[in-house]
Design a protein around this ligand. Sequence first.
Ligand code: UDP
Length: 344
Amino acid sequence: MTRVSNQSARPQSVSVVNINSLRTVVITGGAGFIGSQLCDRHIERGDKVLCLDDLSTGRMENITHLIDHPKFAFRKHDVIEPYSVQGPVDLIYNMACPASPPKYQADPIKTLKVSIFGAENALKLALEKNAVVLQASTSEVYGDPEVSPQSEDYWGNTNSFGPRSCYDEGKRAAETLFHDYHERYGVRIRIARIFNTYGPRMDPEDGRVVSNFICQSLKGTDITVYGDGSQTRSFCYVDDLLDGLMALVQAPDDVFYPVNVGNPGEFTINELAHILQDLVPSNSKLVHEPLPVDDPKQRCPDIRLAERVLGWKPKVSLSEGLQKTIPYFAAELRANRVLSSRAQ
Ligand code: UDP
């Protein structure tokens, strides 16, 4: 295990984003599951929001309710390509990237480019506007971790030469770019290492474990457990994650180092399946399918740093969060005529 201090030796001027006086917030990937809910949160606060999304995995229906809002603008844009924004920008969230394994592996070269060029384009905008820029990093930077829980000073155990590498290594390289723009140009960076997150607005088709298991339970089809189901994940409800991200962007500029944002409640995939069998009674039975290559065996965030520097920790238990999420998927399946209108 390799460890490094969270603190760089470089002296920092400390300034705090006053979120109440924000003018313009740019959210890349703003039509995605998490990005669109960040758009909502900032519109609710009275901020102007510019949402950039190429709609490759983001969905227009996530932002339809905002389209006519006078403080909301949507630009269809692939963040691999440079972009400019007129007028002041106070805050940038760089959320754009396919995030579920089937989606990011569908076009791995694109995923790597989005991770790296998307990060650099966000950093260039932050540099030009003297804006705070938050990078949506990931627990995947820890790869298949050899220590648990994972704290930010664990360097990880990643494979640079496999099907997950486009995402894992892309996100690692993005953190490096953030580090270097901060060191070289003093860009005001924040890095959130986001652990598995679930909730309304997930794409039912994105192939993640929570969306698959809920949809399978609702449809009464087999619940597909990959491998023997003993691998673990820690699931964070989206509202908790949004609180964590918003706490991070409001932190002083000396919180420029990576911070884990996730729920430390750790469950095996079998346990998740059994919880859902209790919550959604159906005829679904568990079936085992092959474990994907390089699938991490365990994942659990150490969130002591977030608790200390952000005063943040998640509040929603897995069972509560799933109960808030199931009706959303039921409505999605009904809308797509997969479920009858009487179901759930
Ligand atoms: N998984 C599963 N069945 C599914 C989808 C995923 O057993 O239908 C497993 C997957 O192999 C992994 C865990 O659930 O061990 C979480 O997968 P997910 O794709 O949600 O996210 P990851 O954390 O792997 O990026």
